[in-house]
Design a protein around this ligand. Structure first.
Ligand code: SF4
Length: 390
């Protein structure tokens, strides 16, 4: 299908699938207890994959790089340096690029933080999750709130002036007071960006097993929603703009990389289990098997599962565009939709208009001439509204 959307530069995601210890709720592709040798072999493979992007002599241009995981900060600084150097050989990284690394308390040191800055990393995302030590321990996190606060200060001292903090709410045993306490303690540190996620029970995790076995309860849904909305109010009062369902930032500090996912921009991705998206060819999925990923690259093979790109149908791409745009407070720009796909928005979704008007009547949706967006109350039923488009 023809997608007419070349104005934005792409992003680059690099996946590091190692953690000190697996958290009890986590279903990300990440492994605990990896040896130095395995981490080095993985870095070697990543370097090979990244460099290959310049295969035909041309380096694709990117203006965001996001080293995520897992816990990228578990790697030795030299390995992060090799990965970034390989990214520069494989891609043209603009001078103004946002370059983020995810980190967890207990894996950061002053030396690491200074080295990151020297390598050009200009954004740090720290997984604090909670400031309550009992909850942290219950979730299987390896750090305390004090570890986080010390790391945050060390990051400031190293010169990081763009820091995200991840927090969770809706954790079993977490009262509204505990959530408010975590949020206000983090707000006192004044990070530029705060991501706040509701705990989800993911199949295959320890928490999910405990829930099924009746060993753990989740907070009632009304309580969980209350935590969400009161959290947003606190963030707004502190000057943060709620720009995406789970993200708030000080003005000008929205995560440029993640906005690419929500704005239907292209992105490259390297590492086990990572997937790329480009308009011409669709999606490309790397194998999620760590040993296979390393082996394939050692043998000079492509790490792609199934051997190539998977193209989506036109309806699939349009649905995805609307679905992801609705996550943002800016919402769907119907003019941009029409420029992107060359079709009238109302022609594609004419049969939904009645339903959308009903959502507006209920105060769940904003319908303007060229914009459709969820209201704050609409976010609570966002799955149902978004499902209208897919
Ligand atoms: S640190 Fe993050 S990626 Fe690693 S196990 Fe915990 S939640 Fe998952």
């Amino acid at each position: 299908m023809i997608i007419n959307r070349k104005q934005a530069k792409a992003g680059l995601y690099i996946h590091i699938p190692f953690c000190l210890k697996k958290c009890r709720y986590c279903d990300f592709l990440s492994f605990e207890g990896s040896s130095r040798e395995l981490q080095e072999a993985y870095t070697d493979a990543l370097v090979k994959e990244l460099v290959c992007y310049s295969g035909n002599g041309k380096r694709p241009a990117v203006d965001t790089v996001f080293i995520g995981g897992g816990t990228p900060s578990i790697l030795a600084t030299g390995e992060i340096g090799r990965i970034l150097a390989a990214a520069e050989r494989g891609f043209y990284i603009s001078g103004e690029a946002e370059i983020t690394i995810e980190a967890n308390p207990k894996t950061l040191t002053e030396d690491k933080l200074s080295a990151y800055r020297a390598m050009g990393i200009n954004r740090l995302s720290i997984g604090a999750q909670s400031m309550d030590n009992d909850l942290l321990s219950f979730m299987g996190r390896v750090h305390s709130s004090r570890d986080f606060a010390e790391n945050f200060q060390a990051a400031r001292d190293a010169g990081f002036d763009n820091i995200n903090v991840d927090l969770m709410f809706g954790i079993p045993g977490q009262s509204w007071e505990l959530w408010e306490d975590s949020l206000s303690r983090v707000l006192k540190l004044s990070p530029e960006h705060i991501s706040f996620y509701s705990l989800q029970l993911e199949e295959g995790t320890e928490f999910c097993q405990m829930y099924k076995a009746g060993q753990m309860d989740l907070p009632p849904q009304e309580e969980e929603r209350e935590m969400y909305h009161r959290g947003i109010d606190m963030l707004k009062r502190a000057g943060y703009c709620h720009y995406e369902i789970s993200n708030s930032a000080k003005p000008g500090f929205e995560c440029r990389h993640n906005l690419k996912y929500w704005n239907f921009d292209e992105y490259f991705a390297a590492g086990a289990g990572a997937h790329s998206f480009c308009y011409d060819r669709g999606r490309r999925f790397n194998t999620a098997d760590l040993n296979q990923y390393i082996k394939r690259l050692q043998e000079g093979m492509d790490p792609v599962e199934g051997g190539g790109y998977e193209e989506e149908s036109a309806a699939g791409y349009m649905g995805e565009y609307v679905f992801t745009a609705l996550r943002t407070r800016a919402g769907v720009d119907t003019e941009d939709f029409e420029d992107t796909f060359g079709v009238d928005f109302c022609k594609v979704y004419g049969d939904k208009i009645e339903k959308l008007l009903q959502y507006r009547e209920k105060g769940l949706l904003i319908l303007e001439e060229k914009r459709i967006a969820l209201t704050e109350r609409g976010i609570d039923v966002s799955n149902g509204i978004m499902a209208e488009f897919v």
